[in-house]
Each structure stands twice: as structure tokens, then as C-alpha cells.
Design a binder for this molecule. Structure first.
Ligand SMILES: [Zn+2]
Ligand SMILES: [Zn+2]
Length: 324
């Protein structure tokens, strides 16, 4: 199993320049880990997972989790690299400073949004930090793919990022330049971002809300579903061994260790879904401070042997080389 050596401090020396890779920029829940309350009002005894953040730097601590986000380093046949970012949450800037430097990611070529919740979009203002500087904003806008529902919500939250032209008398201010592209909530409406084809995977994120997952990769098929409480049959078919075919890697939401939640899978539902979909391999994301990276991955090793499907918790900074 490809795993980042989290003891490594400097930039990664193991970059494979002629291959695509998936880089987990964030693997935590909306409030992220450590949970602030565990540190400012510690329980007795204190929360072990969150306390680790006080003794270990984040890059050596796989239990330090920012908002879920994936960076696809897509190496095209001519050897050029395109960087596709899925979600831009509250912790985006921190993720750039930590992992773009570590993995030598120089830019973002396109952005895809799963939905419009805070942990998926509130870093959009900081996209300007990864765009070239130009005092009059005369730069190529970064394409950003999102649903109509997300577009409407972002128009209210970030009107200045959506506005096309300056109003009369309005001064130029340097803000992120984005080219908004609407995608459909339907697996039969694929789209192409930076040369890579994506199939939308609509899932329920609470029974009143549709969030998008994505299926991508022609040689190595990856299904990414970061926020889900129920996978409808039409989406299940697209990524299931009993439907359109087994995926190579399933990246799936898991919020709490036990029980259930109205808007997310928890560990029991996540493992049930993995068994049902039967991917060749699965990585879990979206965890709260209930998950202990090493301990729970040991449990998952046993589970994987029993069930015949390798499953592990992902961690921030994990880089998996893939042949997309
Ligand atoms: Zn905690
Ligand atoms: Zn959400």
C-alpha cells in the first residue's frame, strides 16, 4: 500500500514525474481535527487524538485532519502535468502551505466542487493565492465546475467572485478570477476538466440534499464520494461490481466510529457500502477525532483480510501514484 512517510519533513523526494497521482489535501470532517473544544476546554483525561496536535507538527501527525479535499496531479501523454482540485474548504490556505510545498504542486489548473457547504467552498477567496499576480486582474480565470444549486449559493456568499464586469465608478480590487461552469447532477452528463473526464455521482447528503461525487480515470477508475448518507441505486450501479463494473479505488466518507448520522455515513454504513460496491481498494475520508489513524488502520487490516477488500483510513498529505 502506498503510504506517505509522515516522518519526512522536507519536500517529497519520491516524486514520479511521468505518472499521475492523487494527493489527499484533507481527510477530516467540517470542524476539522483537532477539535478546538478538546484543546480550549479539555476533558479529564484530555482527548488523546486532539492532544497530539499540541505535541506533534501536523506533517508528522496523521490524526491532524483538514477539510476533505483531493488534488489530482494528472500527467498527460505528453508529460505535462495538470492539477485538478476537488473542493476548497475552510482550511484551504493551510493545506496549500503544507502540502503544495511538500509535493511541489506549482498551481491549480481547474477546480471541481462537490457541493456548497462551508467545508467545501469557504476557501474560494484564497484561490487568488495560487493565481498569478496582476494588479488589474487581467489573468486567465481558473475553470471551476459546479452544480446549478452550488452556483446559486456561491453567488450569495461570494458575489464579488461571480461578478463579471466592474460597475461604474467601482475600483479594481484583486480577487480570485474564476470561470464558472455548470455541471449536471447526472451520471450520464460527464464533463472534462484539464483534459480528464469526470462522471458526476449524485448522492444524498441528508435526504433533502444532493451532493456530487465523481468517477474519473480511464485506466485506473477512481470514485470519490466525500459527503454521503445514502447512495441512490442509479449512482450505485455506476460504481458497483454488480453494476457497470468494479472501480479500482473508492474514496468514501466516514464521520463517526459508531451509530449513524442523518447527513453522513458513519463507520458501519461505510464498511457496508464498501462490501456492497466491492472496489479493488478503498480509502476513507471525512473522519472526526473519534478515529485513531494507527489503531483503526490495524482494525481495518484485519477487516480487509476477512472481507478481501483492502481498506484504510487516508491521511492528510497521502500521495498515491496512479495510472489514470
Ligand atoms: Zn478531540
Ligand atoms: Zn456537506
Amino acid at each position: 500500500m502506498a503510504d506517505l512517510d509522515v516522518s519526512q519533513n522536507g519536500p517529497s523526494l519520491t516524486l514520479t514525474h511521468n505518472q499521475s497521482a492523487l494527493i489527499f489535501l484533507g481527510t477530516g470532517c467540517s470542524s476539522a481535527v483537532p477539535n478546538a473544544m478538546c484543546l480550549i476546554q479539555p476533558s479529564d483525561p484530555p482527548c488523546r487524538i486532539c492532544s497530539l496536535a499540541l505535541s506533534l507538527p501536523p506533517e508528522k501527525n496523521p490524526n491532524y485532519r483538514c477539510n476533505t479535499s483531493l488534488l489530482i496531479d494528472y500527467c498527460q501523454p505528453d508529460g505535462s502535468h495538470h492539477y485538478i482540485l476537488i473542493d476548497v474548504g475552510k482550511t484551504f490556505r493551510e493545506q496549500v502551505l503544507r502540502w503544495f510545498t511538500h509535493h511541489r504542486i506549482p498551481k491549480v489548473d481547474s477546480i471541481i466542487l462537490t457541493h456548497e457547504h462551508a467545508d467545501a467552498i469557504l476557501g474560494l477567496d484564497d484561490i487568488r493565492a495560487v493565481q498569478p499576480f496582476n494588479a488589474v486582474n487581467d489573468i486567465d480565470p481558473t475553470p471551476i465546475y459546479l452544480s446549478q444549486h452550488s452556483m446559486e449559493s456561491i453567488s450569495v456568499k461570494f458575489p464579488y467572485l461571480v461578478q463579471k464586469k466592474l460597475k461604474e465608478g467601482q475600483e479594481v480590487r484583486r480577487v480570485a478570477q474564476l470561470d464558472w461552469k455548470i455541471i449536471e447532477n447526472h451520471h450520464e452528463k460527464p464533463f472534462v476538466a484539464s483534459g480528464l473526464r469526470f462522471i458526476p455521482l449524485p448522492v444524498m447528503h441528508g435526504e433533502d440534499y444532493i451532493c456530487l461525487g465523481f468517477l474519473f480515470g480511464e485506466n485506473y477508475r477512481v470514485a470519490y464520494i466525500s459527503d454521503v448518507s445514502r447512495i441512490p441505486p442509479s449512482t450505485e450501479h455506476v460504481i458497483s461490481i454488480n453494476g457497470a463494473g468494479q472501480v479500482d479505488l473508492l474514496i468514501l466518507d466516514t464521520l463517526y466510529k459508531n451509530g449513524s448520522h442523518n447527513t453522513h455515513f458513519c463507520f458501519p454504513q461505510t464498511l457496508d457500502a464498501v462490501k456492497k460496491l466491492n472496489p479493488k481498494r478503498a480509502m476513507l475520508i471525512g473522519m472526526t477525532h473519534e478515529f485513531d489513524h494507527h489503531k483503526d488502520n490495524e482494525f481495518l487490516l484485519d477487516w480487509s483480510k476477512r472481507e478481501g477488500i483492502p481498506v484504510q483510513l487516508a491521511h492528510d498529505g497521502l500521495r498515491i501514484p496512479v495510472d489514470l
